[in-house]
Design a protein around this ligand. Structure first.
Ligand code: PLP
Length: 421
């Protein structure tokens, strides 16, 4: 069933929600989406997500379920597992975690007991909430220590991480981040983990698509547990997965079910399988490398326009832009960009003098615009819009005319999920 026929059914039954969906489609078409963790799933991924597989209870794992009638969803889950194993060269895969946070929770439960020590990147230097924030289950259940980036280079200093690990003696070290623009040396992290007899968890949520497409080194073979969301650079449905070594397979599986979740979302698992198939195609390699080229082109153009790029550039899909040269906070810059039809989020920069709800930076990512087939020359145009918008903060009529130009520009590009339906 096509997306549009789905929508006719929805309009007839629930015009209120149909309007929300229609408005969101327009927003996705007319805006420039630069949220580093967002993307446009294909029509095939959306179709599996919206399928009847949502109806099925399938607690357990393929061939070992607590419910009858799982013969079809067993096939979907087995295909998803096999494709992910192949794509990432993993020994064991679990495709059931409902979200990246839950994939991490299960990772902790598979090798730790409450109160055990874990070392992760601090949030204000790019770590995720589930890497030990005191307001998150991770920081409440486990004793977290944190490392950060080097304040001069604004990049990881592996010797410094090794020193913190030596002092803190964690049972698990977490690498892989939410806002880190540089390549991660997973082999070096494994050396550090081994030196203190700790497990290594690589959270590749942000960079999974780059890894699948060969545009970032893989943590598989270095980290005993690799977790990931499936909806960011990987361009799949909202959800997550984990890749583990064979010896941790049973522990990880039972840490997901029955420890943490009930029935798996079979519609989402089927859509993950579709996304893994798409990511195994040769075009996905081109996509992954285009994401990085676009990020580098955009960060170069923003730097040329007077903004400061944290760490001096990017190796991956995102950049952190220090907006202080414009006199704005991250919050003000985010708001001005939003009024101009450019969607990005405020973000702390290393050693940010502003609180997390204000910040001095904006995080900008290129996965979504690259899915729309914008290229490096389009990034020059996008940089121009961004620079104009931050200079026009507070001038609503100037921002409104940028918004009109942004909508005209953005509407020229295809929207996966809508135009491939
Ligand atoms: C590195 C990292 N891990 C985990 C997550 C959590 O994913 P979710 O929002 O699906 O719980 C995120 C989300 O942004 C992330 O950036």
């Amino acid at each position: 069933m096509s997306v549009s026929s789905d929508q006719k059914v929805l309009s007839a039954v629930d015009p209120d929600i149909a309007k929300v969906v229609g408005d969101e489609e327009r927003r996705l078409r007319e805006n420039i989406v630069l949220i580093a963790s967002e993307n446009y799933a294909s029509a095939a991924v959306l179709s599996a997500t919206g399928s009847v597989l949502t109806n099925k209870y399938a607690e357990g794992y393929p061939g070992r379920r607590y419910y009858a009638g799982t013969e079809n969803v067993d096939v979907a889950e087995t295909i998803a597992i096999d494709r992910a194993k192949e794509l990432f060269g993993a020994e064991h895969v679990n495709v059931q975690p409902h979200s990246g946070s839950q994939a991490n929770m299960a990772a902790y439960f598979s090798v730790l007991k409450p109160g055990d020590r874990v070392l992760g990147m601090s949030l204000d230097h790019g770590g995720h909430l589930t890497h030990g924030s005191p307001v998150n289950f991770s920081g409440k259940l486990f004793e977290f220590g944190h490392y950060g980036v080097d304040i001069e280079s604004e990049q990881l200093d592996y010797d410094a991480v090794a020193k913190v690990a030596e002092e803190f003696r964690p049972k698990l070290i977490v690498c892989g981040y939410t806002a880190y623009p540089r390549t991660i040396d997973f082999a070096r992290f494994r050396e550090i983990a081994d030196s203190v007899d700790a497990y290594l968890l690589a959270d590749m949520a942000h960079i999974a698509g780059l890894i699948a497409g060969g545009a970032h080194p893989s943590p598989v073979g270095h980290a005993q547990i690799v977790t990931s969301t499936t909806h960011k650079t990987l361009r799949g449905p909202r959800g997550a997965m984990a890749l583990t070594t064979a010896d941790l397979a049973r522990k990880y599986n039972s840490a997901v079910f029955p420890n943490m979740q009930g029935g798996p979302m079979m519609h989402s698992i089927a859509a993950k399988a579709v996304a893994f198939r798409e990511a195994a195609q040769p075009e996905f390699k081109e996509y992954a490398s285009a994401i990085v080229q676009n990020a580098q082109s955009l960060s170069g153009a923003l730097a040329a326009g007077g903004l400061r790029i944290v760490s001096g550039g990017t190796d991956n899909h995102l950049m952190l832009v220090d907006v202080r040269p414009t006199g704005l906070t991250g919050k003000e810059a985010e708001a001005a960009l939003h009024v101009a039809g450019i969607v990005a989020n405020k973000n702390t920069i290393p050693d940010d003098p502003q609180p997390p709800m204000v910040t001095s930076g904006v995080r900008i990512g290129t996965p979504a615009v690259t899915s729309r087939r914008m290229d490096t020359s389009d990034m020059e145009t996008v940089a121009g819009f961004i620079l104009d918008a931050v200079k026009s903060a507070g001038d609503d009529s100037a921002l409104a005319s940028i918004k009109t130009a942004v909508a005209k520009f953005a509407s020229q590009f295809q929207v996966p999920g809508l135009d491939d339906a």
